[in-house]
Design a protein around this ligand. Structure first.
Ligand code: GLU
Length: 450
């Protein structure tokens, strides 16, 4: 399969494959971005001359470290910690930490790479990074999670700083983990450096609306895509996958905009709730009890069915919002969505749609919001948290949400106008890749060969 008509890009990609063996998700993410860049190189020879593509695909710094900890019975465990400091052309490295057994070098590299372009699209002064560990918080006590976080930060702290690298949450890292990580950073450095982590608690430097921002932003982006086609979310059936932070607040915003959200899921299966998800119950089961979506279905009674081990995308829907994890929406799923008349798809998770699935949606002319645009509301609001920390200020929920709405509209319009300018009108993937790349590339050229 050809990336583009540009042999130079093919050859760069071949080198990346050779130098990053076995990192399938990273290859996939790079291929998707590079596939959009042919027309940019044709117009902007200065980027090729400065070897910007080769440089942008090579992380500035890759950290891998041992994380030892003891469980409640005194048994010793050894996990692996990562931080990918990918690109600092636009600001300090910024991006979440993921705690999940699937975390590996390739996963963190793909996420860090995506983050570079996503963060650029927000228009905020943040570079791109990502980190995490193969630690599995599921089933662990608060004390175990705390000891793990303290051990993780005992190594990571030396690489962080509000002007250097600013982590946040991602899968498996929420308010509880950020609290333990911040506490340990503060203890080791003896500095109350609020802006070193985002996603903090509201009473100690956190920003209003940060928890909601990723899911809200995904729905706001979807609403913009629909608005450009003279449509809206009112009265629509919306399918959401996942049941973590992104999914929960995507459901909340979609409901606020008049949609009926009929699904959510976890790794065991999905819930179909034709009357619309009862968000209070879902929050209770997932956030308070840290339970499974099957428990939601049991408690919801006749309204909802739990379907074990099946794909949520087989359910007929108007709008699909994959908010679980990478590569969760396959070609078969995309064919089912199109056959059932889906009107828009937007990624709340990072790279949840496989390349084959994207091609099916593209050929069917379905508006598709890629994660680096559609889920950028989370990191954008993290940048607003950093702004508040720097000025020792704290804004209201309403003001912060207003900023989020403006930012999502700005991202939508940037992607849409860029796609148009480069001859791919309506193609948000091309628009996001090119616009993000141009912003970072221009800064890299200006800052010289570093
Ligand atoms: N993990 C989120 C993302 O994928 C948020 C990162 C942040 O707030 O720094 O963008």
């Amino acid at each position: 399969m050809h990336l583009s008509q540009t042999p130079a890009i093919e050859s760069i990609y071949a080198t990346i494959l050779r130098r990053n063996p076995g990192e399938a998700e990273f290859h996939q993410a790079v291929r998707e971005v590079l596939g959009s860049l042919g027309p940019v190189l044709a117009k902007r020879p200065e980027f090729a001359q400065a070897k910007i593509i080769e440089r942008i695909c090579e992380p500035e710094r890759q950290l891998i470290f041992r994380v030892p900890w003891t469980d409640d019975s005194g048994e010793v465990h050894i996990n692996r910690g990562f931080r990918m400091e990918f690109n600092s052309a636009l600001g300090p490295y910024k991006g979440g930490l993921r705690f999940h057994p699937s975390v590996s070098l390739g996963i963190v590299k793909f996420l860090g790479f995506e983050q570079v372009f996503k963060n650029a699209l927000t228009g905020m002064p943040i570079g791109g990074g990502k980190g995490g560990s193969d630690f599995d918080p599921k089933g662990r006590s608060d004390a175990e999670v705390m000891r793990f976080c303290q051990s993780f930060m005992t190594e990571l702290y030396r690489h962080l700083g509000e002007y250097t690298d600013v982590p946040a949450g991602d899968i498996g890292v929420g308010g509880r983990e950020i609290g333990y990580l911040f506490g340990q950073y503060k203890r080791i450095t003896n500095r109350y450096e609020s802006g070193v982590l985002t996603g903090k608690g509201l009473g100690w430097g956190g920003a209003q609306a940060r928890t909601e921002a990723t899911g809200y932003g995904t729905v706001l982006f979807t609403a913009e895509m629909l608005r450009h086609r003279g449509e809206d979310l009112e009265g629509r059936r919306v399918s959401v996958s996942g049941s973590g932070n992104v999914a929960i607040y995507a459901i909340e915003k979609a409901q606020q905009l008049g949609a009926t959200v009929i699904t959510c899921s976890d790794s065991t299966g999905y819930v179909l709730d034709e009357k619309g998800i009862d968000l209070d119950l879902l929050k209770q089961v997932k956030e308070t009890e840290r339970g499974r979506v099957s428990h939601y279905a049991e408690r919801r009674g006749a309204h909802a069915a739990f379907v074990e081990g099946a794909s949520v995308w087989a359910v007929p829907t108007d709008v699909a919002l994959p908010c679980a994890t990478q590569n969760e929406l396959s070609e078969t799923d995309a064919v089912a969505l199109v056959r059932n008349g889906v009107k828009a798809v937007a990624e709340g998770a990072n790279m949840p749609t496989t390349p084959e699935a994207f091609r099916v949606l593209e050929q069917a002319g379905i508006p598709f919001g890629p994660g680096k645009a559609a889920n950028a509301g989370g990191v954008a609001t993290s940048a607003l948290e950093m702004q508040q920390n720097a000025s020792r200020d704290s804004w209201t929920f309403a003001h912060t949400e207003e900023r989020l709405v403006e930012i999502m509209k700005h991202i939508h319009d940037t992607c849409s106008e860029t796609a148009e300018r480069y001859g791919s009108p309506g193609n948000y993937v091309a628009g996001a890749n090119i616009a993000g790349f141009e912003l970072v590339a221009e800064a890299m050229v200006a800052q010289g060969l570093i």
